[in-house]
Each structure stands twice: as structure tokens, then as C-alpha cells.
Design a protein around this ligand. Structure first.
Ligand SMILES: [Zn+2]
Length: 358
């Protein structure tokens, strides 16, 4: 009897010991393991966290591209266009929960007459004319699931087929807006060309080594070169100082305008239009549709404009730099001055950081 009890005690101790050992092992693995450590670091460091999000999103898009037979950069372009719509709206707009920013209203997802507007059943959603689809394969069509959102979007844009032109028509039918289709095409070109999602760095439009001066002239009665209300910042510099792209983007427009002279317009991935005017000339071979990087020379400071093509010298040489945001329906200009100050400061900081410490 005594022996029997001590045997049970031994077994109980052995089990307890094993449990303790296992949980210590588990703790060590999860708290101090490399993967977890990196995640902890990322949580404290927004820069790293952001980079991880770009990498995770690209993985997700590439996986889904294999399934849907649609290039990842096109899916990325739709996702980024939707993200730009969210940030263009007023503060307080719901931010996407997952990696994908596609936003589909409840009534469109579930069907306008669906009594259960939060319906996730693909069968009843389809029956009520909703567009929500199950892309994750869990049997649910969930508006907050990345794969379900992608699947739903893909089923809309491939309604009449999966050739390039079919998808163009599908996008038009979905957004009912030529500008949306153009933006998605532009974003798609940027991603295809640069092969990554992390494309939000900026550069100051003039080399910091050049002689230049600028101040906040936003809303001044008139600036130089015929802008009635001054929508931009004038950066004064000598003829021929390089004018550089401030962002990753695509050349949307290039050529002569009677006010702006030789000017170039570059669209970035936040759907912001960067406008450079009064140039003395453009970088060789630069044309509409070209992809540019921050710091890349696009032209040179001049005094062109305020007359017929080729007019020059009606005001001191300077770069007129303007910023315009597109909300999908309208476009408005905003003050570039604080951005310029910020980019200039960032570049100064990086310059001193990378300078040899001798
Ligand atoms: Zn100006």
C-alpha cells in the first residue's frame, strides 16, 4: 500500500517535471527566439515595422498573383490606389485592419437588400446580389480578410475575361471613373519597374550644394511667372542648377505651358502630383511614362514661361514647385513649403551621417 502510493507520487512528480520543462522551453523559444525578438524590435521601431509590412504585403500579393493569374504589380496598384483614397479623406476614416486597403461598403459586399448586412455566407451574399467572395478558402466571405478582399476585387475586374484589356474594362466598370483607371495603370507601371512596395522616400528638388533660397510664399497675391494666386513655392537659384525629382513616381506630363514654361509633372504613389515649372530644359530623353526616383535630375532651373513657347527671361530664374492631391473626384493644391523644409532637413541629416568621420 505504501509502495503503491509512492509509485503514484513518483509518476505525478515526473509529469509535473516534464510540464515545467516543456513550458520553460516554450517560453525560451517564444520570448528569446530570433523570430520573436525581431518582432519585438519591430514593434518598438516604426521604421522597421513599416518595412516588414511592405515585405509581408508583397509576399501576399505575389502568392495571390499565382492563384489569380494577375501580375502582383497590378494587384499592388489597386491596393495602393485604395489606400490613397483613404488617406485623402478626412481624419477619422477607418484605417484598414490587414495588409490590404481595398474598401468595399457593407451594402455592396453583402447585397443592398440582404437583411444581414454583416453576412459572411458566400451563398446568401450571392443570392442578395452582393459581391463578397471567399478567397481564403475558409467558407466565409469576410470584408476584413485580405484574401477575401483580393478575390472579390479580382472577380469584379475579370468579369469579361483576364486579358489586359478585359481588366481595364473591369476596372472602369468598378470605379466608373477614367482617372481611377489611369492612376492604377500609373501605379502599376511604377511597381513593375522598381519591383518593390517601399517607395516613399523623398529628396529636396535642388542639390543642397547649390546656391538657392526660398521662403513660404503660399497664397501670395502673385508669384513670378503668371500664377495668379500663388500655388506653390519659388526656389531661387542660378540658371542650369539641376532640378531633381522629389519622389518615386511616373512622368505624367512634360512640355510647354504658357504660364509654367517648360514644365514637368510627376505623379507619386500617394496620388500626389509634383509640378516643376520655368525650367530651362529637360533631362535628356525624359518622356511621359518614365519612372523616376528621388534625387534624379529631371531638368534645369530657368526662367521660361509667361508667353509663347520658348519665351524666357521675363523674371529671375527659379524653380516653381507645386503639389496637388487627387481624391479621385477633384484635385487641390497644398502648400509645399513645410515638405520642402522637411526633405531639406532629412537630406542634411543623412549627408552628415554618411560623411567620413575623419
Ligand atoms: Zn512660383
Amino acid at each position: 500500500m505504501v509502495n503503491k502510493v509512492s509509485l503514484w507520487m513518483k509518476i505525478a512528480y515526473a509529469v509535473l517535471f516534464l510540464f515545467t520543462l516543456l513550458s520553460v522551453l516554450e517560453m525560451t523559444r517564444s520570448d528569446f527566439g530570433l523570430g520573436q525578438n525581431q518582432r519585438l524590435f519591430a514593434a518598438e521601431n516604426p521604421e522597421v515595422q513599416k518595412k516588414n509590412i511592405f515585405a509581408e504585403r508583397k509576399d501576399l500579393l505575389e502568392e495571390f498573383a499565382l492563384v489569380s493569374k494577375i501580375p502582383w504589380y497590378e494587384l499592388a496598384a489597386i491596393d495602393q490606389y485604395e489606400r490613397s483614397l483613404i488617406s485623402a479623406k478626412k481624419k477619422g476614416t477607418a484605417q484598414p485592419q490587414g495588409l490590404i486597403a481595398i474598401q468595399i461598403p457593407e451594402a455592396v459586399w453583402a447585397g443592398p437588400l440582404n437583411p444581414d448586412q454583416a453576412d459572411t455566407n458566400p451563398m446568401s451574399i450571392a443570392w442578395f446580389g452582393g459581391i463578397g467572395k471567399d478567397g481564403s478558402g475558409d467558407g466565409k466571405a469576410d470584408r476584413s480578410n485580405d484574401l477575401d478582399l483580393l478575390q472579390t476585387m479580382v472577380s469584379k475586374i475579370t468579369k469579361s475575361g483576364n486579358r489586359d484589356t478585359d481588366r481595364q474594362i473591369g476596372l472602369w466598370a468598378y470605379y466608373q471613373n477614367t482617372r481611377s483607371v489611369q492612376r492604377i495603370k500609373q501605379f502599376s507601371e511604377i511597381y513593375k519597374n522598381l519591383e518593390k512596395l517601399d517607395l516613399f522616400e523623398h529628396a529636396f528638388p535642388l542639390p543642397l550644394s547649390a546656391d538657392y533660397s526660398y521662403r513660404s510664399t503660399w497664397g501670395a497675391k502673385r508669384g513670378w511667372g503668371g500664377f495668379r494666386t500663388h500655388e506653390g513655392t519659388d526656389l531661387f537659384a542660378r540658371y542650369g542648377v539641376p532640378v531633381r525629382s522629389t519622389c518615386y513616381g511616373i512622368v505624367e506630363l512634360i512640355g510647354w505651358n504658357n504660364f509654367g514654361g517648360w514644365r514637368v509633372g510627376i505623379r507619386d504613389l500617394t496620388n500626389t502630383y509634383h509640378y516643376y515649372a520655368h525650367l530651362s530644359g529637360f533631362a535628356k530623353n525624359l518622356k511621359q511614362g518614365d519612372i523616376v526616383k528621388p534625387g534624379q535630375t529631371v531638368g534645369w532651373v530657368g526662367s521660361s514661361g509667361y508667353g509663347k513657347p520658348g519665351t524666357s527671361g521675363k523674371f529671375p530664374p527659379h524653380l516653381h514647385y507645386g503639389l496637388y492631391r487627387d481624391t479621385g473626384l477633384n484635385e487641390w493644391s497644398f502648400n509645399p513649403y513645410p515638405y520642402l523644409k522637411n526633405w531639406e532637413r532629412e537630406e542634411q541629416k543623412n549627408r552628415t551621417k554618411s560623411a567620413p568621420s575623419a
